[in-house]
Design a protein around this ligand. Structure first.
Ligand code: PEP
Ligand code: MG
Length: 756
């Protein structure tokens, strides 16, 4: 019995289905015809179509073989019974003895007890399960892979019928919550800060595939090959565009993307689907639906990103097939574009006119998603993981994207729009004012000089050094390039990267932080560890000391890159002095190795620790004897001090970095470091906010490292500040037991004319 439906079988069946689809009759009649056709063609005694209704209920809508009275009566929840399992997993199931399966749910009204084998596939459209298509046989039949493939192909045709809404109301298929036109707010996660307002453009509104079944599969194959060639050439053109001409991680990402466009496995599956009788567009859609379904099963963020790249390519290929002129990027006329997408590959973003692109909203996405890295290079705010964005934002809606607060305001009221426009205008004029401060020193009114450094992590950040006139890079996060690669970069690759950083920084100092991976920063090529508290888990220096080989390679690359120039290195997440000493010893070994090979050593080598774990505060004297400098990582320090997960939105407002306890703790660090004469800085987020920076200076911090955009506002604050009165004020205020001193410090700034 096996193998009765191969490529030619699927082609024949599709041909018949085309006639049914094009024919007259109600949707129910057509569906009845379809299940009959499938049953006959696949030599199955039963063929049934279950369609998804609101509330995740699968309803039997048509059957050949089961009792007719069960139609529209038999209902299963997603996850219930074998049909429910197929819907829940979005994967096919083929069982020769279905009743032996633990999920089998017997429904007496169907009369299915006499059928032993079952094969079912999800009906997928745009990656969503909209139903399940099942065949059953009395015998214990072994369904072949070709038969599963054929049923999947048929299910795809059926998906179009379901989507048309004739069987189950479209409204009911995608339950809405009655907020179709009212203003409302959607929350997500911050992938890139900034504020923007514009008109929503839905990225690649679903392409309407007018013809699913090919008239002439051979001609269709040629058409597909032609479109693939065109797509590959257009990617080459994009890569040579002037905006991307200079190197950087975003370019590496796009180069990898080009490799995907030549991926034999992916192209092979599309070609096979055309061979089985689908049109080229439908074949791309089918492979893409399979990919999306797979994506739902995968939690590994790295693999998910790879699949997103494939989704991006599928879009691209479909547009080439449809003549290439119908992308949302080309069609939109809006002056200020807010792009809304489920997910997006890096190259797709580049299709949009850079000058009109204001912001990006994604239903998926993570801070390391390639599209986020590219968006950062383009300097647009991005909010990711916005649940239901596509369903709740219509093309043409006004949308405010607040990347700083990870919010999206849909159809904001006129008042809100006006307020946002004002904030944007203020930002523009403040930016111009900060520009004017660029050449002026960061010195307080009473003559205290403050070192203003910037945080960086990508090569594309480096031009900001010149733009902001920062004193140097106070924190270079080295992990990002490691996260976007498929394997661990070797010493030569790392050296090349660090050389570029040092070259661009010229004579300004750069503090390289060794790998701070682990926690949520996953390296795809390291074994996955599942931890209950990843932030407090195996990360940063803990991994480095357990895998000294990795640390040695990075340190070697840094020493070689310095090539006789000054070098500063710091270790993250040090919890006790012994850890620092162990890491320092590894560095000394590498220094010796470089020396023994007659290679130039750095003209000066400064080695420091990040102070992020509270325990270290009680070893600070001892630490000061070992280090050249200390940098306070207030993001982590505060999370551990208050036992407050820094990524938990519910706790975001709960404890304040300006709480008396936090400030007392920071003041104590200054006291000990100053007493030991050790250089101290702070490089967490709080350094970049003028009010917090004011408090830090009042506590005695003299070096701050922050994101480049914060340097202007913080410098403006410094140049209007008298440190003397603030120091006295803080000495008294930190004795209070208030929740936070934020309001009091604001008052202080107002009363003393400090620009915050
Ligand atoms: C910090 O913890 O404050 C810090 C600067 O490190 P990261 O934000 O990279 O953890
Ligand atoms: Mg940290």
């Amino acid at each position: 019995m096996e193998g009765r439906v191969g490529v030619t079988g699927a082609r024949r069946l599709l041909g018949r289905l085309r006639d049914v689809m094009a024919g007259t009759g109600t949707a129910q009649e057509r569906l009845d015809n379809i299940v009959q056709l499938i049953a006959a063609d696949m030599e199955a005694e039963v063929c049934s179509a279950y369609i998804m209704r609101a509330g995740d209920i699968l309803e039997l809508c048509a059957t050949e073989g089961l009792f007719p009275e069960s139609v529209h009566r038999t209902r299963l929840r997603v996850g219930e019974g074998l049909v429910g399992v197929i819907a829940a997993t979005a994967r096919p199931l083929a069982l020769s003895d279905a009743q032996a399966h633990p999920a089998f749910a017997y429904r007496p009204e169907t009369g299915e007890e006499v059928y032993h084998s079952l094969m079912g596939v999800p009906i997928l459209r745009s990656g969503r399960v909209s139903g399940v298509l099942v065949v059953q046989n009395r015998s214990q039949r072994h369904y072949t892979d070709e038969e599963i493939e054929a049923l999947q192909t048929v299910a795809m045709v059926l998906a179009e019928l379901v989507a048309a809404g004739a069987l189950v109301d479209v409204e009911e298929q995608h339950a809405t919550d009655g907020i179709a036109t009212l203003p409302h707010r959607l929350d997500g996660v911050r992938l890139n800060p900034g504020l923007a307002i514009g008109t929503a453009v839905l990225h690649q509104p679903a392409i309407v595939i007018r013809q699913l079944v090919a008239e002439d599969p051979e001609a269709e194959s040629l058409r597909l090959d032609h479109a693939i060639g065109e797509m590959q050439r257009s990617i080459d053109r994009m890569l040579s565009s002037s905006e991307l001409a200079h190197g950087g991680e975003h370019r590496d990402i796009l180069e990898t993307y080009r490799m995907f466009a030549e991926d034999r496995g992916w192209l092979g599956r599309i070609r096979e689907a055309v061979q089985s009788g689908l049109t080229a567009e439908a074949a791309v859609q089918k492979v893409r639906d399979d990919t999306r379904a797979r994506m739902k099963q995968i939690s590994d963020p790295y693999i998910r990103e790879r699949l997103t790249d494939l989704e991006d390519l599928a879009n691209r290929l479909q547009h080439h097939l449809s003549g290439g002129a119908t992308t949302a990027a080309v069609e939109t006329e809006a002056e200020d574009v807010v792009l809304v997408a489920r997910s997006m590959g890096p190259a797709e973003l580049m299709d949009y006119d850079r000058k009109r692109l204001r912001a990006l909203v994604l239903e998926e996405g993570s801070p390391t998603a390639h599209v986020a890295v590219v968006a950062r290079a383009l300097d647009i705010p991005v909010v990711g993981r916005v649940k239901g964005a596509i369903g709740q934002i219509d093309a043409g809606d006004q949308v405010v994207v607040d990347g700083d607060n990870a919010q999206v305001l849909v159809r904001p009221s006129e008042d809100v729009q006006a307020a946002v426009e004002n904030r944007l205008a203020e930002r523009r004029s403040r930016k111009a004012a900060y520009q004017a401060l660029r050449e002026l020193p960061a010195v307080t009114l009473d003559g205290v000089a403050i070192g203003l450094f910037m945080n960086a992590g990508l090569l594309i950040d480096l031009p900001e050094l010149e733009a902001t006139r920062a004193d140097g890079i106070g924190l270079y996060r080295t992990e990002l390039p490691f996260m976007t690669r498929q394997d661990f970069p070797n010493v030569a690759d790392q050296t090349e990267l660090y050389v570029r950083v040092l070259d661009q920084a010229q004579d300004r100092p750069v503090v390289f932080r060794t790998l701070d991976i682990g926690g949520d920063k996953v390296l795809p090529y390291l074994p996955e560890t599942v931890e209950e508290n990843p932030a407090m888990g195996w990360r940063a220096i803990r991994i480095s000391l357990d895998h000294p080989g990795m640390l040695r390679q990075q340190l070697r690359a840094l020493l070689l890159a310095a090539n006789g120039r000054p070098l500063s290195i710091m270790f993250p997440m040090v919890a006790e002095v012994a850890e620092f000493v162990a890491a320092r010893r590894i560095l000394d070994m590498e220094v010796q190795r470089v020396g023994e090979r007659g290679l130039p050593l750095p003209s000066s080598l400064k080695v420091g620790a990040m102070l992020e774990v509270p325990a270290l505060i009680w070893q600070l004297d001892a630490l000061c004897r070992e280090v050249d400098f200390i940098s306070v990582g207030s993001n982590d320090l505060m999370q551990f001090l208050f036992a407050k997960d820094r990524g938990n939105a519910r706790l975001a407002e709960r404890y304040d970095v300006l709480a008396p306890a936090a400030l007392t703790c920071l003041g104590e660090i200054v006291r000990v470091a100053d007493g030991c004469g050790v250089s101290l800085s702070l490089c967490g987020e709080m350094a970049g906010s003028p009010l917090e920076a004011m408090a830090l200076i009042g506590l005695g911090f003299r070096n701050l490292s922050m994101s480049p955009s914060a340097i202007g506002p913080v410098k403006a604050m410094i140049r209007t500040l008298d440190v003397g009165p603030l120091r006295r004020y803080l000495a008294d205020a930190t004795r209070h037991t208030n929740h936070s001193l934020r309001e009091k410090l604001r008052e202080f700034a107002r009363d003393h004319g400090v620009s915050i």
